[in-house]
Design a protein around this ligand. Structure first.
Ligand SMILES: CC(C)(COP(=O)(O)OP(=O)(O)OC[C@H]1O[C@@H](n2cnc3c(N)ncnc32)[C@H](O)[C@@H]1OP(=O)(O)O)[C@@H](O)C(=O)NCCC(=O)NCCS
Length: 184
């Protein structure tokens, strides 16, 4: 049976950088990213990910084959200081996403994107025991999207240097996908 909202993912490439810049500048995205990016900044931040030199795995989100945003995952063990602040185990994964096309937000796509990505891209890695994300508590839409995807809020914290709180949301590795030593 065909899904009414087919979602797919493809590895981010430099050909997507202008689109990424447009999405990062969109008000519904930039309000949650405390950074501003020109194309040189995008190259600095995302170039090493595209080249496989930084262990952050970034993908384009496609809806009915059209690019609508980006999503990425990483192992918290590669960011131990941040992991310690949010209470994420070093064998767990982090996830960030944004639907950059504002007219495609608020339609229920986000929870499906999270579900499909964690199943097909994160838990395919045998050593990942859970996923932790840390959306701003004020980003009600993001928090709600994680809850709709089955995550639970396990903590609410304020990171050092920030003046707002974040909800820590967690999703455990499914019991039907046994954990094995990580390939890395
Ligand atoms: C966060 C995001 C991925 C969620 O995806 P989405 O497809 O828009 O999510 P949904 O359409 O399922 O909406 C999620 C829930 O938020 C609710 N919602 C929408 N706008 C809201 C708002 N302004 N305040 C509170 N809740 C809101 C929706 O009603 C929905 O809940 P419901 O189905 O119980 O009614 C997407 O909106 C996005 O990329 N936003 C910009 C970037 C961002 O915030 N990224 C996350 C950073 S951690």
């Amino acid at each position: 049976m065909c899904s009414p909202e087919p979602i797919s993912f493809s590895p981010l490439t430099r050909a997507n950088f202008a689109l990424l810049q447009k999405w990062l500048a969109a008000p519904h995205v930039s309000i949650w990213w405390n950074e501003r990016f020109d194309l040189a900044d995008i190259e600095t931040k995302f170039g090493p990910r595209v080249d496989g030199k930084e262990p952050v795995y970034t993908y384009l989100i496609q809806h009915e084959s059209l690019p609508i945003g980006w999503i990425q995952w990483y192992r918290w063990r590669d960011f131990p200081a941040h992991a310690a602040e949010i209470g994420a185990g070093l064998d767990s994964a982090g996830i960030d996403l944004a639907i950059g096309e504002v007219e495609l937000t608020g339609r229920g796509l986000g929870p499906g994107v999270i579900r499909e990505f964690r199943r097909d891209y994160i838990f395919t890695n045998a050593g990942v025991e859970a996923i932790f994300a840390d959306p701003s508590a004020a980003n009600l839409r993001s928090v709600r999207a994680f809850l709709k995807a089955g995550f639970e809020v396990v903590d609410t914290i304020q990171l050092s240097g920030e003046d707002f709180s974040r909800h820590i949301v967690r999703w455990p590795r499914p019991s039907d996908r046994p954990m094995l030593p990580d390939a890395r």
